[in-house]
Unconditional design. Structure first.
Ligand code: FES
Ligand code: FES
Lengths: 202, 767
């Protein structure tokens, strides 16, 4: 999985601990909210242990306070209610949480929200144009590129990253581009057909 | 019935709008649940101190066994599975305490402060250890036909041996999740990622000590299940409900991936011993098989799983004298549970290996030994448990697939390749499957539906089956639309809910669309009967000269009309309105039970299956003898789904089942350390197939013109049977290894055939 951001030798816990002690000392024990919308906080000082975060999600700017150990997917799902991005392993291993960060596919469970500071995030919801599906989404419908659907948002985001980089991938390049996304339903043959279809219509 | 139909959730799946339990919006009262589980495989609990955790800010409840208001039980059939451990723990991962807190993180921090004093006790951690200490889960089972001992003695040739198959982790992408909302009095609404809402309801009501009518369980869809959410989803739902009951707040409990892998049961490992007698052509004369299943710490569904393994000990072959003995052994591991195939794969793989060994001993192509042992159309057509096989497609499928896959030509090419390559070998194998469809516990073969027609001509359909990715709701919508003669977009399938259709069976045993499809049809038939009568009256009042008969009323293209007099046509919604104004109910329940199936456990004889589904697969692999890596070059599958309700969905199921089966055979390996801790509890240590692991060339065909008698739209179940096609990969790998010395010796290939196992097996020949 060439374009997935993943710290190499650190486990997620070590990784996060390293960051959080470096930045904030102790994790807030009285303030339990992990992230709060800025409007609620403008008047007050930032909650203890929280840091400001500015990022763009699906073209819309957001300002929040987050604890340093908050992951990007936690912000997306819990704060912004963008539940199309799924969490399965929370380990940077399965790809269910794949989103685009400045156009590159990343595992949003495996990246701290603060690492998205000032960047632009695209989620599955952001591929739509109003109610109109993106050509990749249409291709997945046409070729039945899903069964239970739980891995599907991640598969589609990896496809988007692949096709942005390489609009005419070979079969081998498709396999490589989607190798970081597991599908336990084994819908792979139809996922491959969906990507081929998407590349064709683009 | 086979035009392209868009999946019921297509738009939502691709746009991220599909709602799984973890995505349900909840107001700000939500608490997060967490489970503290046993770190020991077997230990006594001397003391348990939870005060610190309970007093932490942000913690709403800390519960242990003594806080359970109802019965401390969640065993689905046998009550041998406590909801929370009392004074002993029986496996690593057994739940001891439940915590509800404002955040997941706080709940975990609280759990870390709980002090438990354990006294470790001796544990039984493997099947062989359990057999050595006679740790039986229950009485042994037996199915027998003919004179096995005598026939073995008289057989010209004999072999004996054993076969071991390992555990398999479900690895549904969506981990076990439940959300419980308290209602008025002691009513609870439970959103549970469960394959069996009625049982989840029963378990929740039992642990809370409240009647079932106070508990509603709902599931719209699961993010995969594969059997893993047939009974073990009940656990998470019961825990969430206990926390919700204690706090009077909504509680969500979602197992973290590693916890899910550590806490929940897997496919049963089997250890099978056998003795087989056969003649010089390879025809089997007698078989004595003993199946031993690792049940884990509690009964769960183990005996039903064992029973299916015993029913499938013959796979596709007629064996005149046969005895199968089955035992479930108790170990200090999480209770093993349903997993696609439900014991069938374990029974079948052992039989296939017996065939393979016979072939090697006789220097025959294993496919030839398979062919001559297939059930026949007329004489050799009764299974060891006495069921007569009707509509046997095996011989025809053999002809079709060996031709379309070019089996015999490729066999020559493979052998030629192998003579030219020393450290890279190719292997080819063709394996069949015959799989019995029905719950083997006869009374479970029932289903219900509830269909409402509204005055605007739209229809709501609810049925007892659950959607886990198999496309059941899509098929039910197709069936309802076809039977009512309306467009599919008029039909809305609502979430599975115990208050709409009560007392349902699990969506399992591949029976989902067979049973629920018939129940939906039954409800639709009732509505059509009522509507036809009203429409007849309406036509006849308009013009009394021309008489319409109710039996001539047809429903088609969103219209209701007199088939003998097309002038008499009204829209479907008009027909609905006529019924409404005539005070006729536009709502009906449907019910179905599978006819004529029974099995007598005492005698081991009966007709437990409504029918069989058949299939056959050819796989070709290339292996590197030095690294043990294998490449799946090509797989051809021919599979029987009767007259397919939805070929796209069925082909997807076949492909997916194959991939999962091949995973079990080649890479998925659960390992425990010597104290019973699962070592492979995350995706970095437990490998499931990825996109690179599917065959380079993958061809799946449905058997054509094979309508099935007596099922919904003459279709067949598809969920489990194609799992067995994955076995062709393991046998192809074995074939490649055995080519090293010209197929004379039997390779000792481990199961699964991991790189390591392949290297080890090849080493025997190379040294
Ligand atoms: S959930 Fe992020 S990679 Fe699995
Ligand atoms: S569709 Fe179910 S995991 Fe991919």
């Amino acid at each position: 999985m060439p374009n997935k951001k993943k710290p190499s030798s650190l486990s997620r816990r070590q990784f996060i601990k390293g960051v959080s002690t470096g930045v904030a000392g102790t994790i807030a024990t009285t303030k339990l909210a992990r992230a709060l919308p800025i409007e609620k906080l403008e008047k007050a000082a930032p909650p203890e242990g929280h840091l400001p975060l500015e990022l763009k999600v699906n073209g819309k700017p957001y300002q929040l306070y987050v604890e340093p150990q908050t992951t990007l997917v936690e912000v997306l799902r819990n704060e912004l209610q963008l539940t199309g991005t799924k969490v399965s392993c929370n380990h940077g291993e399965c790809g269910a949480c794949t989103v685009l960060l400045d156009g590159k596919a990343v595992y949003s469970c495996h990246i701290l929200a603060l690492d998205a500071q000032g960047k632009s995030v695209t989620t599955i919801e952001g591929l739509l144009n109003g109610e109109e599906l993106h050509p990749i989404q249409k291709a997945f419908i046409k070729k039945d590129g899903y069964q239970c659907g739980f891995c599907t948002p991640g598969q589609i985001m990896s496809t988007q990253a692949l096709l942005l980089k390489n609009p005419n991938p070979t079969k081998e390049e498709i396999l490589d581009g989607l190798s970081g996304n597991l599908c336990r339903c084994g819908a792979y043959p139809k996922i491959i057909e969906s990507v081929e279809e998407a590349a064709k219509v683009k | 019935m086979s035009s392209k139909t868009i999946h019921q959730s297509a738009y939502k799946h691709v746009s991220g709008a599909s709602v799984y339990v973890d995505d349900i919006p909840v107001h700000n009262q939500l608490l997060h649940g967490y489970v503290l589980y046993s770190p020991h495989a077997h230990a006594a609990i001397r003391s348990l101190k939870t005060e610190k955790a309970a007093n932490m800010p942000g913690v709403a409840a800390v519960l242990s066994a003594k806080d359970i208001p109802g019965i401390n039980q969640m065993g689905p059939i046998v009550h041998d599975e406590p909801c929370l451990a009392e004074d002993e723990v029986h496996f690593v991962g057994q739940a001891i305490c439940l915590i509800a807190a404002e955040t997941e993180e706080r709940a975990r921090q609280a759990a870390a402060t709980i002090e438990i004093d354990f006294e470790e006790l001796p544990a039984v951690l493997s099947l062989k250890q359990a057999m050595a200490v006679q740790s039986l889960m229950g009485p042994e089972r037996k199915i027998e036909r003919g004179q096995v001992q005598q026939a073995l003695k008289e057989a010209p040739l004999r072999l004996n041996g054993s076969f071991e198959s390992g555990a398999q982790e479900h690895w549904y992408l969506e981990t076990q999740t439940a959300l419980c909302l308290p209602g008025e009095d002691r009513e609870y609404m439970v959103y549970s990622s469960t394959q069996h809402p009625s049982e989840t309801q029963a378990v929740v009501s039992e642990v809370l000590g409240i009647p079932r009518h106070a508990v509603t369980v709902e599931i719209r869809r699961m993010g995969g299940a594969f059997g893993g959410k047939e009974t073990q989803a009940n656990h998470v739902a019961a825990w969430a409900a206990l926390l919700s009951n204690a706090t009077r707040r909504p509680v969500k409990l979602r197992l973290f991936r590693d916890d899910d892998q550590i806490m929940t049961g897997k496919r049963h490992p089997f250890y099978i011993r056998y003795e087989v007698g056969f003649d010089e052509q390879g025809r089997i004369l007698a078989l004595d098989v003993e199946q031993n299943a690792n049940g884990g710490s509690a009964t769960d569904l183990s005996f039903a799983i064992l029973e299916r393994a015993m029913f499938h000990a013959d796979n596709a072959y007629y064996i005149p004298n046969m005895r199968v003995i089955g035992r479930v052994w108790k170990t200090n591991l999480p209770s093993n549970t349903a997993f696609r195939g439900f014991g069938g794969p374990q029974g079948i793989v052992a039989m296939e290996n017996i065939i393979d060994r016979i072939a090697r001993q006789l220097s025959l192509d294993p496919l030839e030994v398979r062919r001559i042992n297939f059930y026949d159309m007329y004489k050799r057509d009764t299974t060891h448990y006495g069921q007569k096989i009707k509509q046997n497609h095996l011989p025809a499928m053999y002809k079709q697939l060996t031709a379309s896959a070019d089996y015999f030509e490729r066999r020559k090419l493979v052998e030629a390749f192998n003579t030219q390559h020393e450290f890279v070998k190719r292997g080819l194998a063709c394996t069949p499957v015959k799989f019995g469809i029905s719950f083997t516990t006869a009374f479970l073969n029932q289903a219900g539906a509830l269909v409402h027609v509204y005055q605007d001509g739209t229809v709501q359909v609810n049925h007892g089956g659950t959607e886990m990715g198999q496309g059941l709701h899509t098929k039910m919508r197709q069936i309802a639309a076809a039977e009512l003669g309306v467009d599919q977009d008029r039909i809305l399938i609502t979430p599975t809910n115990t208050s709409k259709v009560p007392n349902t069976s699990a969506t399992a045993a591949s029976t989902g669309s067979d049973l629920n499809g018939m129940a939906v049809k039954n409800a639709v038939d009732k509505l059509k009967f009522r509507m036809a009568y009203q429409v007849t009256e309406y036509f006849n009042q308009m013009d009394e000269q021309n008489y319409t008969l109710s039996k001539h009323i047809m429903f088609k293209n969103n219209k209701v009309f007199d088939a003998t007099n097309p002038d008499r046509t009204i829209s479907f919604e008009k027909a609905a309105q006529i019924c409404y104004f005539n005070q006729i109910p536009l709502s009906a329940t449907g019910f179905y039970k599978t006819p004529d199936i029974y099995f007598d456990r005492e005698t081991g004889q009966g007709t437990p299956f409504h029918y069989f589904a058949y299939g056959m697969a050819v796989s070709e692999v290339e292996i590197d003898l030095l690294t043990g890596q294998h490449t799946l070059l090509r797989t051809d599958i021919l599979h029987d789904v009767g007259d397919s309700v939805n070929p796209d969905l069925d082909i997807g199921q076949i492909q997916g089942a194959f991939v999962q089966g091949a995973g079990w055979c080649t890479m998925e390996e659960c390992k425990w350390d010597e104290s019973g801790h699962l070592l492979t509890h995350s995706p970095d240590t437990y490998k499931i197939p990825g996109i690179h692991d599917i065959p380079r060339d993958f061809r799946v065909q449905l058997l054509q013109k094979a309508p099935n008698e007596g099922t919904i739209r003459q279709s067949k179940a598809v969920g489990e049977p194609p799992f067995m096609h994955g076995l062709s990969v393991w046998f192809a790998i074995k074939d490649a290894i055995s080519s090293i010395d010209g197929h004379k010796r039997e390779p000792e290939l481990g199961f699964p055939a991991t790189n390591e196992a392949i290297v080890m097996a090849a080493k025997q020949f190379l040294d």
